[in-house]
Design a protein around this ligand. Structure first.
Ligand code: 2P0
Length: 344
């Protein structure tokens, strides 16, 4: 028996992942590359106990045992099925998982990214300790994490900071090679962004109505210009944003981040049936921030906002956000590093 314990951060996408390529659906290959910041204040802590067995899973999330058949349990179970088909040896063990998030689950703060990256990292760490997986490099582990939840791949690179998850399918055609080409890596470490601050704004802690996994599938299927959006962001918006980040042109970075968030929510709205993740409060935040040259908002599949601004504007921008969402609605986060092992 072996126990490992790890923490892994969540991440916030500036260029969003929203859809799996239909040809490689089961491998979680995204239709487009995405780019994120690794957040230091929101993370999952996971303890994994591995014992001799035959692939059995026991899963406790935030102190509550997940029942077989619940959606949480099914997400983890299907992750292990994908792991077992890639790593046959892993089926010879049983897995007891205890995971905790320090933020609301399924409310738009990418809880699955933190949870599955922690689980993937803990799995790889445990397998390396029992000497049956020799590779603990970021690339391999990000591919394992991707099989749990796409956005989790971006939480894996140990240097954190700004991370890109390559879509990979334009680099190869055989499924196994596409899978190897779709991994995440750090573009710039946290120190590159010393002038920036991130403000997370809790608008609601309710669980979202439509889970991302089902929602994105509907978007790929039903949005008439879905592939135009994908190719526009891949070939135009993404390179512009990376160039702005490289040259520390923050105003350009903020403008492109807002544009990418709007594009994503427009795709959600134009999905059949439509998905409206933003609330009236979210709209007020958009209106307050949209013309500020020194701040950007971005929203995931939920009403909570993440606002990126200059460190020396934090107080001013946080004041605006508190007026809209309430005195206790904001948490300022740094841009941080990837997962790490902690003492059990
Ligand atoms: C992102 N989101 O890039 C986007 C923006 C939500 C909106 O990645 O099916 O939970 O597990 O791969 O990773 C949420 O999707 O979906 C997500 P699966 P995931 O962060």
């Amino acid at each position: 028996m072996l126990t490992v314990e790890v923490t892994a951060p969540t991440n916030i996408a500036l260029v969003k992942y929203w859809g799996k390529h239909p040809k490689y659906q089961w491998l979680f290959i995204p239709t487009k590359s995405s780019v994120s910041f690794t957040l230091s204040s929101f993370f999952a802590r996971t303890r994994l106990t591995v014992d001799a067995g035959n692939g059995g899973i026991d899963f406790t999330l935030n102190g509550q045992k997940a029942n077989k058949g619940s959606s949480e349990f099914e997400y983890v179970e299907s992750f292990f099925e994908r792991i077992f088909s890639n790593y046959q040896f892993a089926r010879k063990y049983s897995y007891c998982i205890e995971s905790q998030n320090n933020f609301p689950t399924a409310a738009g703060f990418a809880s699955s990214a933190a949870g599955f990256s922690a689980l993937a990292f803990a799995f790889a760490l445990a397998m390396s300790k029992v000497n049956i997986m020799d590779s603990l490099d970021d690339k391999t582990v990000s591919i394992v994490a991707r099989l749990g939840s796409g956005s989790a791949a971006r939480s894996i690179p140990s240097n954190g900071g700004m991370v890109i998850w390559h879509r990979g399918y334009d680099k190869a055609s055989k499924a196994t090679l596409v899978s190897k080409a779709s991994y995440a890596e750090t573009l710039y470490p946290p120190s590159h962004f010393a002038e920036l601050a991130i403000i997370c704004v809790k608008v609601s802690s309710e669980e979202k109505k439509i889970r991302s996994r089902a929602g994105m599938e509907e978007s790929v299927r039903s949005v008439y210009d879905y592939w135009q959006w994908v190719e526009y962001e891949e070939s135009t918006l993404l390179p512009l944003l990376l160039n702005a980040a490289k040259r520390k042109k923050w105003q350009a970075l903020f403008k492109l981040t807002k544009q990418a968030s709007n594009n994503f929510h427009s795709v959600c709205l134009r999905t059949t049936p439509p998905m409206i993740y933003l609330s009236d409060r979210s709209r007020e935040i958009i209106e307050a921030i949209q013309f500020l040259p020194y701040a950007a908002y971005t929203f995931d599949a939920g009403p909570n906002a993440v606002v990126i601004t200059l460190k020396d504007k934090t107080e001013e921008v946080e004041g605006l956000l508190k007026n809209i969402a309430g005195k206790h609605s904001t948490v300022v986060s740094g841009i941080g590093n990837g997962p790490r092992e902690v003492r059990p």
